[in-house]
Ligand binder design. Structure first.
Ligand code: HXC
Ligand code: NAP
Length: 285
């Protein structure tokens, strides 16, 4: 649960994190700050961002800029890039982390409910990527994109269909641009986390007493949810020059969750040792 990189691993780097005022974005940002980065956090709620700036600067001694931005509005993203350059100069990395999500049977969704998630997750990510990518290319600057998806980006998932469609799109964006923009020295990678407790995700995906009915840890071979520092270590590494040759990759950090739940016979872990003994005796009869 400790930071794994050298203390100056991100020194001199300026990194923008969308949705950086809360949850996983905040935790990843805090570690990047501790590693010497200048941090810019953006989201819709300026008051939340301002509180996080105070907290992170106090805890790390680093420098954080908060810029309000709705990632569905291209001109607000362009403004984040301009404000960041004004404060810190060249930008080195973007962590596309902002998201919206909730559980619902798909037939109960209005088209606006579907839109809201797709607009934040997919459109927000490609708006940010397009604006930053054009800027880096025009200025002949290298850059790193790191996109937060999740494992249902490739399996799909019922009850979170707008999110699954959007994360699949973000993964396609990641892999496509890893190839197309490599010639500009722009890398693109993704992380697919399994469950990491945050207020934002838990309140929307496990509302009411669902949290006691569906304990996420039980679905995970390692029998626990993720620790924020574990994700922060991976994100900082992928943002750093130590990962300079990693491009177009999606790294899963889920304790084995998605493979377990796709495996035909994984549920046999419910069989006890005594039952296995009995089954063994029956073999060959
Ligand atoms: C059905 C819903 C709904 C729900 C909203 N809507 N919540 N429909 N079930 N639970 C519908 C509304 O009725 C409306 O449609 C439309 O969606 C827009 O709703 P608003 O409330 O006006 O939207 P807004 O205030 O902008 O809020 C956006 C939000 C909200 C996405 C609905 O949850 C939000 O702000 N989320 C941001 C943070 C977040 O979601 N974090 C969790 C990420 S976790 P109508 O037709 O009525 O107008 C994550 C984990 C992935 O991604 C993997 C886990 C393992
Ligand atoms: P979170 O705290 O709710 O983070 C989501 C952030 O996105 C919030 O800070 C929110 O801030 C911001 N946001 C939402 N709509 C926005 C918009 N239109 N424009 C700009 N910012 C917006 O939840 P989290 O759990 O940390 O999730 C972070 C990322 O991890 C997401 O990409 C999520 O899909 C992914 N993830 C989480 C888990 C998990 O178990 N927690 C698992 C897999 C993947 P505002 O409301 O202020 O805008």
């Amino acid at each position: 649960m400790e930071g794994m990189l050298k203390s100056d691993a991100l020194k001199g780097k300026t990194i923008i994190i969308t949705g950086g005022g809360t949850g996983l974005g905040k935790s990843m940002g805090k570690y990047m700050l501790a590693l010497g980065a200048n941090l810019v956090i953006t989201s819709r709620k300026k008051e939340v961002l301002d509180k996080t700036v105070l907290e992170l600067e106090r805890e790390t001694g680093g420098s954080v800029l908060a810029v309000a931005c709705d990632v569905r509005k291209y001109e607000e993203i362009v403004n984040v890039i301009a404000e960041t350059e004004r404060r810190y100069g060249q930008i080195h990395g973007v962590l596309n982390n902002a998201a919206g999500n909730f559980i619902s049977p798909t037939e109960r969704l209005s088209y606006r409910a579907f839109d809201i998630v797709v607009d934040i997750v997919l459109k927000g990510t490609y708006y940010m990527t397009l604006a930053m990518g054009k800027h880096w290319i025009a200025n002949k600057q290298p850059g790193t994109f790191l996109n937060i998806v999740t494992t249902y980006a490739w399996t799909g998932s019922g009850y979170v269909v707008p999110s699954a469609c959007s994360k699949a799109g973000v993964l396609a964006l990641t892999r496509s641009l890893a190839v197309e923009w490599a010639k500009y020295n722009i890398r693109s990678n993704a992380i697919a986390p399994g469950p990491f407790p945050t207020e934002g995700a838990w309140s929307r995906l496990l509302p009411g007493d669902l949290v006691s009915k569906f304990n996420p840890a039980e679905r995970i071979p390692l029998k626990r949810v993720g620790e924020h520092q574990e994700l922060a270590n991976l994100a900082a590494y992928l943002m750093s020059d130590f990962s300079a040759y990693i491009n177009g990759e999606v790294i899963t950090i889920d304790g084995g969750e998605w493979l377990r739940n796709g495996g035909e016979f994984s549920h046999l872990e419910a069989i006890t040792d005594t039952q296995w003994d009995q089954l063994e005796k029956m073999r060959g009869k």
